[in-house]
Design a protein around this ligand. Structure first.
Ligand SMILES: [Fe+2]
Length: 283
């Protein structure tokens, strides 16, 4: 099989001719890796990955994140994101489990609340709704490159406070039993250098409370403005899922957000995250 890379509009690429399961050899993985670094988000359709295969694919990129509080997952390296409850029924939007994943509907990069956030995320679609449930992507590298030089210079050395507790408060208050709310915020540079490509990108998330050392309101206004710039409509790729779609994205230079769940349609996704390296700001 020959790999075919079809560029998507306005960002990302769709791959054909590559099998991501046990059949992926070293040469195939290298092609996948190179395409991910170039395009930021990859869509690979028709990949019925079993959970252990998805975990094995993630391990080829590096060590995986582990989770103590996964929702209904039999594997500590896999987050199951679903609106189907243990009874097989679709859960209402105001249930604890649904509210806990609601913050994914805001633009973010995965695990930015950790000192070492995720590098690569791998999402495998097990069940998709007839309507809704799309995922949106925006490039933080293009966002950075398209800023005027004066604006780029202004951001030099600034650090954003990534604070999930604040993010949960903003989506409507405390959720009982959610350990992530007890985390204290961490700071990351607003401009980071990609550890593999050496390219600069903004590093942003809606899950931020402000900019270190800056007045709270001014810091939030700066971050909101940058986020709005990177995610303006013509710069965004919107993915409509099909069963067995596998998407990979590079959190070091990409933003994403979920559309949210429809209360009547079951949806189930398996999510693996590769642990990255701490964000480094340009010298
Ligand atoms: Fe996410």
């Amino acid at each position: 099989m020959t790999l075919e890379i079809e560029a998507l509009d306005p960002i990302g690429a769709r791959l054909h001719g590559l099998e991501l399961g046990a059949g992926l050899d070293d040469a195939g993985f290298e092609q996948l890796h190179a395409a991910l670094l170039e395009h930021g988000v990859l869509v690979v359709p028709g990949q019925p990955l079993a959970m252990p295969e998805q975990v094995a694919l993630g391990r080829r990129f590096g060590e995986l994140e582990g989770y103590e509080f996964t929702l209904a997952s039999p594997n500590r390296n896999v987050i199951v994101i679903t609106n189907v409850g243990p009874d097989g029924k679709v859960m209402p939007r105001d249930s604890t489990a649904m509210r806990a994943i609601e913050i994914n509907e805001r633009w973010h990069t995965d695990s930015s609340f950790r000192e070492v956030p995720a590098s690569v995320s791998i999402f495998a679609a097990q069940r998709v709704p007839e309507v809704g449930g799309d995922t949106f992507y925006a490039s933080l590298r293009k966002g950075w490159l398209s800023l005027p030089e004066e604006k780029q210079a202004e951001l030099h050395g600034l650090r954003a406070v990534h604070d999930y507790a604040e993010a949960y408060r903003r989506t409507g208050g405390e959720i009982p039993g959610m350990e992530v709310q007890d985390l204290t915020g961490v700071t990351h540079p607003i401009v980071r250098v990609h550890p593999e490509t050496g390219e600069r990108a903004l590093y942003l998330s809606s899950h931020t409370s402000g900019v270190e050392g800056m007045d709270a309101e001014a810091g939030r206004a700066l971050l909101d403005g940058l986020l709005a710039w990177c995610t303006r409509e013509p710069a965004v790729y919107r993915h409509r899922w099909a069963v067995d779609d596998v998407l990979l994205w590079d959190n070091r230079c990409m933003l994403h957000r979920a559309e949210g769940f429809d209360e009547t349609h079951p949806r189930r996704m398996h999510h693996v995250r590769v642990a990255g390296t701490g964000p480094v700001q340009p010298g």
